[in-house]
Write a protein that binds this ligand. Structure first.
Ligand code: MG
Length: 238
């Protein structure tokens, strides 16, 4: 068994770890979409006179668009943005994003999904995304992996990440306990959400952030890519 997993079990006083479900974040874990989102955020923020770097965009990954914009307003003006301005900035960000080509898969993500599936574990996607045709997109890229009732999206959540809400909902939908699931995340706020839900949280650092950003939020393990997670598969997914 993985040493970090062993520590997690001891710390939580679980009698055992009985894995039944794996909760995958989407952007930056399944799809290499973060470079496109980040670029679109930087352009939109700059259009409105905000200093906003690619690093800032990666640090805010997982937050809703509204709260990302509010944060910038508070920093610059000391108050949140009004609804109309928020919508305007968000629409421009969405326009830039939609001009980009469809994002590719994260390397080895499909391989990992197939390995998890072969183990007979439930596979969930837990995302802040509000794409209407999300299941179609997932199906096209990762055939025979995802199911309609095994998803938690923006439509299910009132608060969203970094709150534990999305992962608590996933536990509920999967009908499993906290010693029966693991989270795979790439973003600091996503890790924060998984950890706050009390789940063993694996950080895959697929973007430009220093690994310390994931460590600070309490990630139980941090791997530089999916390949390394696959290499350590048997000591976690058993
Ligand atoms: Mg992500």
């Amino acid at each position: 068994m993985n040493l970090q997993l062993k520590k997690f079990i001891e710390k939580n006083n679980f009698h055992q770890f009985d894995l039944k479900a794996v909760f995958f974040d989407m952007d930056g874990v399944l799809f290499d979409s973060m470079p496109l989102h980040a670029e679109a955020w930087v352009k939109a923020m700059n259009d409105f006179g905000f200093e906003f770097s690619l690093y800032d965009a990666y640090m805010n990954e997982g937050r809703t668009g509204e709260s990302t914009i509010d944060e910038m307003f508070v920093k610059k003006y000391g108050h949140a943005a009004d609804q109309q301005t928020k919508q305007k900035i968000y629409d421009i960000k969405a326009k830039y994003f939609n001009e980009c080509p469809a994002p590719k898969q994260i390397s080895d993500a499909f391989e990992l999904l197939k390995m998890v599936k072969a183990k007979g574990l439930q596979i969930f996607v837990v995302t802040g995304s509000a794409q209407i045709s999300l299941l179609d997109t997932l199906d096209k890229n990762f055939p025979n992996i995802f199911e309609k009732d095994k998803m938690v999206t923006a439509f299910d959540c009132k608060i969203g990440k970094p709150d534990p809400e999305p992962y608590l909902l996933a536990l509920q939908k999967a009908g499993v306990a906290k010693n029966q699931a693991v989270v795979v995340e790439n973003a600091p706020l996503g890790v924060q959400s998984g950890v706050a839900a009390g789940l063993f949280t694996i950080g895959i650092n697929t973007g430009i952030l220093r690994p310390e950003e994931l460590e600070k939020e309490g990630a139980n393990i941090i791997y530089p890519n999916m390949k390394t997670l696959i290499e350590n598969f048997d000591e976690i997914f058993f």
